[in-house]
Design a protein around this ligand. Structure first.
Ligand code: FMN
Length: 195
């Protein structure tokens, strides 16, 4: 029995878009014994993030989107950020979710960093631009965030498309999707880490 549990965090501002389509193609390849949880950030709206780090303690959320996302994040062995490329980086919904990590890192009793350390972060992204190199800022955001948390990083599955469904014509992306989650995910490293 697989003891892996994938959490897909959907960050598009529309449902059924290219990023989600591509993520579902990749997820089809996961063994049936692997758990899958899908949470759409546009349906489960996190509150505006407030930086309380230097004023008072963050309090563990007990209900609402924050509690749902925190509990699901802590339960995931594999965390998949499914975000379209917006202005060369992650979407606002995705960024807000990542900002909440800063609060959860400092919430007494949560052990966010120890729990996520050694687990795996993945990305799935659709973009309209045909040159994939323009997604480097998004890839850097996810890689460096994984490095900060001591996580593994499986990379970002990129697919091309503008209107919903376009990504289904990106045959190279669909081929990559078939083996994406089977790849090795090394411990994430900052670019200056040499050892
Ligand atoms: C606010 C916004 C910003 C965008 N910025 C970029 C961008 O920087 N580069 C790019 O190639 N495409 C950009 N796009 C296009 C989307 O990445 C593209 O339509 C993608 O397929 C959307 O994914 P989705 O269908 O999962 O929402 C942008 C779209 C929106 C709405």
């Amino acid at each position: 029995m697989s003891d892996r549990n994938f959490l897909f965090v959907l960050g598009s501002s529309r449902s059924g878009g290219n990023s989600e389509i591509l993520a579902r193609k990749a997820a089809e390849q996961l063994p049936p014994s692997t758990g899958q949880t899908w949470i759409d950030l546009s349906e489960h709206r996190l509150p505006e993030f407030e930086d309380l780090r230097h004023d008072s303690d963050h309090v563990r959320p007990r209900d609402g989107a924050a509690a749902l996302l925190l509990d699901a994040t802590l339960a995931a062995t594999d965390l998949v950020i499914v975000s379209p490329l917006y202005w060369y980086s992650v979407s606002t919904l995705t960024k807000r979710y990542l900002d909440h990590w800063s609060g959860w890192l400092r919430t007494p009793g949560v052990d966010f960093k120890d729990t996520l350390g050694g687990r795996t972060l993945w990305g799935v992204t659709a973009l309209a631009h045909t040159e994939e190199v323009v997604a480097d800022p998004l890839v850097g955001t996810l890689n460096h965030s994984a490095a900060y948390l001591g996580m593994r990083f499986g990379g970002v599955l990129l697919g091309n498309g503008s209107k919903p469904g376009d990504v289904l014509t990106d045959t190279a992306a669909l081929t990559r999707a078939k083996t994406f989650f089977a790849q090795d995910a090394p411990l994430a490293r900052y670019p200056y880490d040499t050892e």
